[in-house]
Design a protein around this ligand. Structure first.
Ligand SMILES: [Zn+2]
Length: 118
């Protein structure tokens, strides 16, 4: 059964692909470019694997991209992340809903990983 645990595991896996190289000082733009390049690599690997294994067909994948695009209420070629905040149950200070740890007190949080509905 698919659940939040799977999304958390997927997020951790993505993080493991986006670690910076040792002793390299990067500008903010370089950090973003590196993350984008690495996300591209992982996404293309995933898609190539799914197509190669016959898990999905190209047309089916395109249809799913359209459906996912609409999940945030706007058909604009991207899936906006929910940046709204919720209070920490421990210290009461606000964190983005997708946070897994309170940025103020370090309390473990239950991240809300489901994209916002229109
Ligand atoms: Zn807190």
């Amino acid at each position: 059964m698919f659940g939040v645990g799977h999304l958390t595991a997927a997020r951790e896996l993505m993080r493991s692909f986006s670690q910076p190289y040792d002793d390299v000082v990067e500008t903010d733009v370089e950090v973003l470019q590196r993350r984008l390049d690495q996300q591209n690599l992982v996404i293309q690997t995933l898609l190539a694997l799914l197509l190669e294994k016959g898990v999905v067909k190209e047309d089916e994948f395109r249809e799913w991209v359209k459906r996912m695009d609409q999940l945030d209420g706007a058909r604009d070629g991207k899936l906006a992340e929910d940046r709204s905040e919720a209070p920490c149950p421990s210290c009461g200070k606000p964190n983005v809903r997708t946070a897994s740890k309170c940025r103020h007190c370090g309390e473990e949080l239950e991240p809300d990983l489901v994209p916002p509905r229109p």
